[in-house]
Design a binder for this molecule. Structure first.
Ligand SMILES: [Zn+2]
Ligand SMILES: [Zn+2]
Length: 187
């Protein structure tokens, strides 16, 4: 286990409350988004500001960290490919357990290490859970025209001359003919 760096802004120092159940400190800081907060489609870009407003409360088994994280995610509408910005306002609540308590034995519980806790995984889980899997610019986004790629939301009247299905069938035949004449030995 690599030791936590107390100067890392995503590492929280519990020294002021540790082992004093009932004690509480507030931590407000703006941090740079670490890498890995999301997917290629939608994410909080690395280095984007994240505002943390956290309370560190001492409880018997460890330190309870709760509060909010505010930031902005960016992505692309999966239908029309417009770029999107989302405001994220996430509620956080996570217990970090002292290594010598029963709570620390539970696998999903992170431990307090040398009175420090690593907030990074908590932040990542909260952001990833909050991001939409299929972001859209609006619920009724019309997407792009299948024929020319135009954004249908900009031009609801948009249409192409409908080819009569019988002529379309002939067009297909014509294409087959020209393909055949391109084939070696066909001419
Ligand atoms: Zn869209
Ligand atoms: Zn079109």
């Amino acid at each position: 286990m690599s030791r936590l760096n107390p100067r890392d802004l995503l590492v929280l120092d519990t020294q002021a409350v540790a082992r004093r159940p009932g004690a509480m400190v507030e931590v407000s800081r703006t941090v740079d988004a670490p890498p890995g907060l999301g997917t290629d489609v939608v994410c909080v870009p690395e280095g984007a500001p994240i505002e943390l407003q956290l309370r560190l409360e001492s409880v018997v088994e460890g330190v309870l960290v709760s509060g909010s994280c505010r930031t902005q995610a960016s992505g692309e509408c999966v239908r029309c490919l417009d770029s999107l910005l989302f405001d994220l306002d996430l509620d956080i609540q996570e217990l970090f357990a002292y290594p010598d308590t029963a709570a620390a034995d539970a696998e999903e519980i992170t431990q307090v290490e040398d009175e420090l806790v690593d907030f990074r995984p908590v932040l990542r889980d909260a952001v990833v859970l909050a991001l939409p899997l299929q972001p859209v610019c609006q619920d009724d986004c019309l997407g792009l025209c299948a024929m020319c790629g135009a954004r249908l939301g900009d031009d609801p009247e948009h249409q192409h001359d409908q080819v009569d299905p019988r002529w379309a069938a002939l067009g297909g035949l014509h294409r087959q003919d020209s393909n055949a004449s391109d084939a070696p030995g066909a001419s």
